[in-house]
Design a binder for this molecule. Structure first.
Ligand code: FAD
Ligand code: SF4
Length: 543
């Protein structure tokens, strides 16, 4: 062996040009590492999913005739970090050339670049060949500190990749169908919501390994992991989405409900659960897995971010489904989906790379409070928060609006430090990798970047939650009230936030009406609301 090629846990792209030729002089290394399990406190399902997917990928490469070294935590525990492991392997296998794919995370890109600088042998970094835009092209679209807007970028990419276009114009004459989408889910809609397709990947060995190596995790451990861990499973999930969810994707994209938690028909059989290292372990039945917790969302983010699926493949498959559906799937649904992947996903990545490393410490609104302790348990009387957090702990998943308008909104209007918010999001979600987590959290949801990602702060009162969900009817708080003892906390916190940042937001045309409403309130009413907000902030751990 002469050449060592490193494959990181989120570089499981079987279509990469590296694998087109089989070569006995090339050793592929894929390794579980403590530095990766420990840089954040991750959800146990997330660690299991990455490790299981890495194992499956190593096996697939081996089966295809490549030389692969798959190392588990047992093998790598004696190395302090990735460079230490690589140094040892290079000497052990007498490596004369080192190659790697460009990491999507700043932390790892720095680490490998520093490592290479002192290498006595030739090295080379490759593109991951995953995104629509190559790494080297990002600078043509994004520049540091600039307030880029999704819509402009998205239209450029629609044209460039000729997706949903009629000549130079968007199919159907419109770029955006938001007005037709984003409906509330009503009781009459419940029966049609598909049961999520889940897998039962045995990860009991991985769980034992995490325990053996004292890896600290959060969330509920499932010995039968429900997330896809191979390209085959990821494709099944994609097919399932196209068959059952795409038809209503945009329509119910922002909807939230707790009703469907108990609506699933029981399925026979129980899944044994191995004890997780540092997580609460509960008996989870298949019936519980089958709840309709993800509504019409695809749950493809993990498969995409680990690069088991390419964004092109996902978008092309969805568009082909739309075209073959003969009008049964509307343009508004497919456009909404393409916008997320071609638009948001590529946009977020561009913002990340144009602004790192400074982006990681932006705190435009000067938010300094600590995250309430119930973010780690879901034990809060606020029904919306309880639901979003418990679901996140159980499945390592919440959909976009739960992340943005429930947990994210709370942190924004309560003035939680973006470092704390970032750490929580980076740990808890199955798909959380810094390049996509951070601009979404610090930028879009916390406005800590002062508007680089989004043109306004996504701040909302209980009214928004009431409009888009059925949480409020089952809540101990009263959504229509703002300063009584059991008034919805979001109402007072919202006004408190808007008042506090009046200089930041009053000039924004999108918030002008809000301030007009606030200033119309008599001063005594404003005072009562602000006092209630101060009380809530003082008692934030007990809401
Ligand atoms: P669907 O609703 O089915 O959407 C399809 C796909 O579109 C997703 O799989 C995803 O790849 C892409 N997508 C949609 N919205 C976005 C977005 N805003 N940014 C990037 N891609 C998007 N996404 C992550 O992949 N990792 C994260 O760590 C992450 N953190 C987030 C934190 C916050 C505060 C917010 C508001 C959003 C975050 N998102 C993150 C974006 C989005 O919420 C998730 O991609 C989505 O919920 C994943 O579920 P899904 O696959 O069912 O998505
Ligand atoms: Fe959430 Fe307020 Fe509604 Fe309760 S009343 S569910 S806290 S928005």
């Amino acid at each position: 062996v002469k050449r060592l090629r490193l494959i990181l846990g989120d570089q499981l792209n079987a279509a990469h040009s590296w694998y087109q030729q089989q070569d006995d002089d090339t050793l592929y290394v894929i390794a579980e590492l403590k530095q990766e399990t420990d840089y954040a406190k991750h959800h146990v399902q997330k660690v299991c999913a990455f490790f299981a997917a890495m194992q499956a990928f190593a096996l697939a490469l081996q089966t295809a005739g490549h030389k692969v070294l798959h190392l588990t935590l047992d093998d790598t525990t004696k190395y302090q970090d990735l460079p230490a492991l690589l140094t040892e392997l290079m000497s052990q296998y007498q490596i004369s050339e080192f190659q790697y794919q460009l990491p999507d995370e700043y932390r790892l890109r720095q680490q490998l670049s520093l490592f290479c600088r002192q290498l006595p042998i030739p090295f080379m970094a490759f593109e991951t060949e995953h995104f629509y835009l190559s790494d080297s092209e990002l600078k043509d679209y994004f520049s540091q500190g600039k307030k880029h807007r999704l819509e402009h970028f998205y239209r450029k990419l629609r044209r460039r990749f000729d997706l949903l276009m009629q000549g130079n114009e968007p199919a159907g004459g419109q770029w955006n169908y938001d007005a037709e989408n984003r409906q509330k889910l009503k009781a009459a809609d419940f029966a049609a919501v598909p049961t999520p397709l889940t897998f039962t990947n045995d990860v009991s060995d991985i769980l034992s390994r995490l325990k053996r190596h004292n890896v600290k995790t959060i969330g509920l451990a499932h010995a039968a992991l429900l997330w896809p861990v191979s390209r085959h499973q990821a494709n099944e999930l994609l097919q399932y989405f196209c068959r059952h969810c795409l038809v209503n994707f945009g329509r119910f994209q922002d909807a939230m409900t707790h009703e469907l938690d108990t609506a699933a028909a029981p399925v026979n059989g129980e899944l044994a659960l191995a004890p997780a290292p540092d997580s609460k372990v509960e008996q989870v039945t298949i019936a519980e897995y089958k709840k309709q917790w993800s509504l019409y969302h695809s749950r493809l983010s993990f498969a995409l971010n680990a690069k088991m699926l390419s964004p092109q493949h996902v978008v092309d498959t969805a568009i082909a489904t739309y075209q073959q559906a003969d009008g049964a799937i509307t343009l508004a649904q497919i456009e909404g989906f393409v916008r997320q992947i071609l638009g948001w996903r590529e946009f977020i990545r561009g913002v990340y790379w144009a602004n790192m490393p400074e982006y990681a410490s932006l705190n435009h609104l000067g938010a300094r409070r600590k995250l309430p302790s119930w973010f780690w348990s879901g034990n809060t009387k606020m029904n919306c928060m309880q639901h979003a957090i418990k679901q996140s702990l159980d499945y390592a998943y919440a959909h976009h609006i739960q992340r943005l308008m429930v947990t994210g909104n709370f942190c924004l209007i309560a003035g939680i430090d973006p470092d704390e918010v970032d750490a929580w999001y980076l740990g808890i979600y199955i798909d959380a990798i810094e390049w996509v987590e951070m601009p979404n959290t610090r930028g879009m949801s916390q406005f800590a970047d002062g508007g680089i990602v989004g043109s306004k702060a996504y701040a909302a009162s209980g009214n928004y939650i009431n409009k888009m969900s059925d949480y409020c009817s089952g809540c101990q708080y009263e959504v229509k009230q703002s300063h009584s003892d059991n008034a919805c906390p979001l109402n007072a916190l919202y006004w408190h936030f808007m008042q506090q940042h009046i200089d930041d937001f009053k000039g924004n045309p999108r918030t002008r009406m809000v301030y007009a409403n606030w200033l119309k309130k008599p001063p005594e009413a404003q005072q009562l609301i602000l006092q209630r907000a101060e009380y809530l902030i003082r008692n934030i751990d007990n809401l």
